[in-house]
Design a binder for this molecule. Structure first.
Ligand code: GAL
Length: 991
């Protein structure tokens, strides 16, 4: 609806002309008044036609009737407030728009929130020449604002800051601020990020007193000359002169009488800011009426040829994509929660984050400066839904949207320009390409030459500075960074050559959805192999699940569809390294191992220690070793490290004790641990751990001697299946090939290695090859039937032959299950042989046993790999040792029930009265998992609370499992980690 002063919702302009020019977020001594708190609120399901001839709705005037209004906290999303059920609900979409693609229009059914609050202006705000600004840090998606009944202006740009000068509208004493927030507006077409749509005033609202003779804006960039180690402070100040700049710690004090005096300040030798050494210096910028205090760091970002350098050294991003998401608050900032997340990143060797796909709360960046994280700061822009119509009318290329896009990038850069942690500006995400993006890039190049520009969608590299890709295969990385073996993604040879001359960065890779991703170590190896490759950012940091409840009060974390959305993208929003309830997934431990800043290599009695850091020696770490025999420590010590400069190695002799001859299976484990407290971890924090088998270990051989006597303690049924062991009901085994599909098994982001493998050169979206789980299901692997072929019993053996096949299938596996009674217990040898023409991989090859639910309360102890689950392509964090856990701690509550808990290489399992050991055959031992549900039950539940009541515990003893891969949005399991149909045998002992 069109109203004077307030453009219609379909207006492509970013806001009214009354908005002030964007500027840096500053901490100054000028007074501020927070307008956060409880506001009056009402929600209209559609844009109400209640404005008067001046465009003013009734509630904007003092004395309006507030009957029927509720109260709402600011900041909050109205769909996530306590009264959620009374209001509209969250919507999750990835690419598609939840409204018709009819730009720039939005439907009439446009949830509209009216907000209102009174506030009293402190006297200092209305004194003398003081001016007053009203600032909004984030409102989704459009706000119209009135003060004391007078129009202030309107704005869009949900995750961007807006300021108005309201001096002339304020009155002494009580004032009325009224804001109408529309969930949808033309700007919604620019905000199609893969996240929840969460309307409301979700960041701070503040009144700022602007003293006469104050500072309107201050830009401070600390440069470092890597050759001399000397710093230079580049300050740009808009305000009243004289202006004095001070860095007390460096003895710097410089006063400028007027703008003509402003010049870079040489500050002499300084400590560099890096993610490994986040050294900050306090800087004061003082005008006669206002003092700003900043914390700056000195570093130089440069692109030299195809290298991305910081302080003259190549930078490797070991980063994560980070959305702002909180299980209860959505995108509302919770400092303690954010700090915990950033500290968790640091403790897992993450050194960078991309603010996908919008600027975060400003304070997040101060935390990155302080904790040490390189930041790719991304603008609030995504128009992915236009992909559905081949980018027709895409705002990124339509001059009608030019102003809106330039407005977005200037608000992004101006707010955060002072952060030393930011090393790349990103124009946005998945918005196709076009002239408006090119103009945004040109604007950034001009405004801030100290940092390069990133945008993945600039495929041919015509306006950005690094070659960025998402989800490339390993083959593509080699071809981009090494010898060219395939065409460059979607571009011709000339543009391809340009891109191949640039630093290469993966803005997204390794899709951490559900159990996975696999192949993190393979990607790391590729990154390490090529100088041009500067690492990348895992997709993504957290699951975005929203805490909610079933009608009977069971808590769960909602994903797309759980709020009854008309269109949605289901579980694709649950693809994080950290689960919605803040639990780190095993993938995070895997990542920490793969990204460890220290690598060990053992060659006989010599240990090579490599410093994989970019900027810091290892003098803050101590290297320890532990020798274990059969999982028990027999000796340990520390090694004295000489200086190990970044990127170099040393080789040390091992102390004699480390290799002392002992009986049993021996492992040497090396750790690197911090000697001092860091702000993100206390002393003793282990940054690297690697384990090596000790050559010459003697693995105990199980008894081959038949026991006298019989099967008195084992009971079998007529079909030769075990029914009980020493009075404990144990049913099984059943041969099982099925696992509850992981998200990577279910989806088909890229082509499959199982079939023609055609999608892999182009990286994404080849749906012609079915997802693994579909293929497995077509072949009936989830519904195997068993037919006993024969049962032979003798004095010391029970031999059962079984044929396992699916309905309507002509292929299957034959197994011979032989039970024998020996000195050390009841042995089971299982020989499994496939027959027929198999044409798919197997999810697993295992034996299932059902155990009584009464065992569930007993702690589970095992000697084998741990502490977490691991799979063929995700095993860097696993070590062999002795572990104990509760039953439910053995599996991970991924957003949707799926395969979890596989721990290969089991030696012994002790669980209540059950003692099970494995026998190595050709050096291989099976793994185990324990769950209250069968793989089939886990396969069909969308959420954990949908699982049936369980009356047993399922023990799976797996010869092997298929790898994990990353195919939910990336490459399939690599052939070397795939489980191909095979004949095999395994042996276990019940003791
Ligand atoms: C990328 C996109 C992300 C996310 C991811 C899949 O294409 O940039 O926002 O959607 O795919 O989870």
């Amino acid at each position: 609806m069109s109203t004077p002063g307030f453009a219609p919702l379909s207006d492509r302009a970013p806001g009214s002309d009354t908005r002030l020019a964007p500027r840096a977020r500053l901490r100054t001594d000028a007074p501020v008044l927070s307008l956060n708190g409880d506001w009056d609120f009402r929600l209209h399901p559609a844009d109400p036609a209640d404005r008067d001839t001046d465009g003013r709705p009734d509630f904007a005037t003092p004395g309006a009737d507030l009957t029927g209004w509720a109260s709402i906290p600011v900041p909050a999303h109205w769909v996530l407030t306590e009264a959620t059920e009374r209001y509209s609900r969250p919507i999750y979409t990835n690419i598609q728009y939840p409204f018709p693609l009819d730009p720039p229009h939005v439907p009439d059914a446009n949830p509209t929130g009216d907000y209102r609050r009174m506030f009293t202006v402190p006297a200092e705000f209305v004194a003398g020449d003081t001016r007053v600004r009203l600032r909004f840090d984030g409102v989704e998606s459009r706000a119209d604002v009135w003060l004391n009944g007078h129009p202030v202006g309107w704005f869009t740009g949900s995750r961007l800051t807006t300021e108005f000068d309201v001096t002339d509208l304020l009155v002494e004493g009580d004032n009325l601020l009224a804001v109408r927030v529309h969930q949808w507006s033309a700007a919604s077409y620019l905000e199609d990020q893969d996240q929840w749509w969460l309307p409301g005033i979700f960041r701070d609202v503040t009144l700022l007193a602007r003293p006469a003779a104050g500072l309107d804006n201050v830009t401070v960039i600390g440069d470092l000359d890597p050759a001399s180690g000397h710093g230079e402070l580049r300050v740009d100040a808009v305000g009243s002169f004289p202006i004095t700049v001070r860095i007390p710690e460096l003895g710097v004090e410089e006063t400028w009488a007027g703008p003509a005096d402003v010049a870079p300040i040489a500050v002499g030798p300084v400590d560099a800011w890096t993610s490994e050494t986040p050294r900050l210096y306090d800087v004061q910028v003082a005008a006669p009426g206002e003092i700003a205090t900043l914390r700056t760091g000195f570093r130089r970002v440069e692109i030299v040829g195809d290298r991305f350098l910081v302080n003259g050294r190549p930078l490797t991003f070991r980063g994560v994509n980070r959305h702002e998401t909180h299980p209860d608050l959505g995108r509302v900032f919770d400092e303690a929660h954010v700090r915990r997340d950033l500290e968790l990143m640091k403790r897992h060797n993450v050194n960078a984050l991309r603010t996908s796909h919008q600027p975060p709360h400003w304070r997040t960046l101060e935390l990155c400066d302080e904790l040490g994280l390189w930041v790719v700061l991304e603008c609030d822009l995504e128009t992915h839904g236009f992909w559905e119509v081949d980018w027709r009318d895409n705002p990124a290329d339509d001059p009608q949207w030019r102003e809106a896009l330039l407005d977005r990038i200037s608000r992004t850069v101006e707010r955060d320009v002072n952060h030393p942690s930011i090393v790349l500006w990103s124009l946005g995400n998945e918005s196709g390409t076009g002239r408006n993006l090119a103009e945004m890039a040109a604007w950034v190049h001009d405004r801030d030459p100290s940092r390069p520009v990133h945008y993945e969608g600039d495929y041919d590299g015509s306006y950005t500075d690094v070659y960025s890709r998402m989800y490339p295969t390993l083959e593509e990385i080699s071809s981009i960074c090494g010898e060219q073996t395939m065409a460059v993604h979607e571009i011709g040879p000339a543009a391809g050559a340009r891109q191949r001359s640039r630093p290469f960065v993966m803005c997204e890779y390794a899709h951490a959805m559900g159990n996975g991703p696999g192949s993190l170590a393979d990607y790391e190896e590729a990154i390490d192999t090529f100088d041009r490759s500067h690492g990348g950012f895992i997709w993504e940091w957290r699951d975005h699940g929203l805490r909610t409840h079933t009608p009977d009060g069971t808590e769960f974390f909602a994903y797309g569809g759980d709020f009854g959305e008309v269109v949605h993208d289901g579980i694709f929003i649950m693809d994080g390294l950290v689960l919605s309830d803040d639990t780190p997934s095993p993938a995070l431990a895997e990542l920490a191992a793969v990204w460890a800043p220290v690598r060990f290599a053992l060659d006989g009695d010599r240990l090579t220690v490599t410093n994989r850091r970019g900027f810091r020696a290892l003098d803050d770490l101590t290297v320890g070793w532990t020798l274990e025999s059969d999982g028990r420590t027999v000796d340990s010590g520390e090694l004295v490290l000489p200086d190990v400069a970044p990127g170099t190695s040393v080789t040390l002799p091992l102390p004699a004790g480390a290799l002392a001859v002992e009986s049993g299976e021996r492992f040497l484990t090396f750790t690197a641990a911090s000697t001092e407290d860091e702000s993100w971890a206390s002393a003793g924090h282990v940054v690297a751990r690697q384990q090596f088998p000790v050559a010459g270990s003697r693995v105990p051989v199980p008894s081959r001697r038949s026991a006298a006597g019989s099967f008195a303690d084992a009971e079998f049924d007529r079909a030769g299946s075990l029914v009980s062991w020493r009075g404990l009901p144990v049913a099984g085994p059943l041969v099982e090939l099925w696992r509850a599909p992981t998200e990577n098994d279910r989806l088909d982001g890229q082509g499959s290695y199982e079939t023609a493998y055609p999608g892999l050169t182009h990286g994404r979206g080849d749906e012609s090859t079915p997802a693994s789980a579909d293929r497995w299901r077509e072949r009936g692997l989830h519904r195997l039937t068993h037919r006993t072929l024969s049962v032979e019993r003798s004095g010391d053996a029970v031999v059962r032959r079984v044929r396992t096949m699916a309905a309507n299938a002509a292929v299957g596996v034959d197994s011979i299950l032989t039970w024998t009674r020996r000195d050390d217990g009841l042995h089971l040898r299982a020989v499994v042989v496939p027959f027929g023409t198999w044409d798919c991989t197997w999810p697993r090859l295992g034996l299932r046993f059902d155990l009584p639910a009464s065992l569930a309360a007993e702690p589970v102890s095992w000697f084998g790999t741990g502490p977490d689950e691991s799979y063929a392509d995700s095993a860097s964090a696993a070590v062999v040792g002795r572990f104990t856990a509760g039953l439910d701690e053995l599996t991970v509550r991924y957003a949707r029930p799926q395969e979890s808990g596989h721990r290969p290489g089991l030696r012994e399992l002790d669980w209540g009265p059950l003692h099970l050991a494995t026998v190595p055959l050709q050096g291989h031992r099976p793994g185990f998992s324990l769950s209250r549900w069968t793989p089939q039950e886990l396969s069909v539940a969308g959420h954990h609370h949908e699982l049936p009541d369980s009356d047993r515990v399922v023990l799976m003893v797996d010869h092997a499992q298929h790898g994990l891969g990353s195919r939910a949005c990336g490459p399939d399991v690599l052939p070397r980690y795939a489980l191909w149909p095979q004949a095999t045998d395994l042996e276990i002992v019940l003791r």
